[in-house]
Design a protein around this ligand. Structure first.
Ligand SMILES: [Zn+2]
Length: 198
């Protein structure tokens, strides 16, 4: 199903929300299309994992809201696709994410160690569904807006070619610095100093 939705009344940009049947994990992932072939024969794609605290309530604990805003601005201007994945808390869910926040505050663990303390892998996300969504849209090759090589590998594992990795801005603040450092330690390409005194 494809449904047009106006996201910004200052522009004529109308996004198309696309739903899917039979995704591997049966979750309600959404593709949001902004004229995918406007700028290039290879669409620019952002895979965004749902973050209720950041996306909706503007929590400063993480950089999700900044990344979502940056992606929407870029894609609505240049064309592309946002895949909004229901991967709250890197796949562990909202309640577990809040339990992990509690552990981070109480014990000083980082986001990945806290998930492990709760009995989960540091990152449970699979990119099988994102790959299924792109394939259903007839897309076999993308330029991926990300700093995370695991997303590139994840798509390629399921048959989607990534011709280019477009870095996202580093939205560092005093609130999310330790979160960004833990992302860097887990393999994200982030230009952030490990010097905690900085
Ligand atoms: Zn977040």
């Amino acid at each position: 199903m494809r449904v047009p939705v106006s996201l910004d009344d200052s522009k004529e940009a109308v996004a198309t929300f696309v739903t899917f049947d039979h995704l591997h994990d049966h979750k309600e992932h959404i593709a949001i299309l902004f004229d995918p072939y406007k700028g290039s024969a290879t669409p620019t794609v952002r895979i965004h994992s749902e973050c209720l605290t950041g996306d909706v309530f503007h929590s400063l604990r993480c950089d999700c809201r900044q990344q979502l805003t940056e992606a929407l601005e870029m894609l609505s201007g240049q064309g592309g696709i946002l895949l909004y994945m229901r991967h709250e808390g890197r796949g562990i869910g909202l309640y577990n994410k809040l339990d992990a926040y509690h552990l981070q505050i109480e014990k000083g663990l980082d986001t990945f160690s806290a998930n492990k303390e709760l009995g989960y892998e540091g990152d449970l996300r699979s990119y099988e569904e994102a790959s299924q969504m792109l394939a259903a849209l007839g897309i076999k090759k993308v330029k991926l807006l990300t700093n995370n090589p695991a997303k590139v590998n994840g798509l390629q594992q399921y048959g989607i070619e990534v011709s280019e990795m477009i870095p996202t801005r580093l939205g560092e603040t005093k609130h999310n610095r330790s979160y960004l450092l833990s992302k860097k330690r887990s393999g994200h390409n982030l230009n952030i100093s490990d010097d905690l005194s900085a």
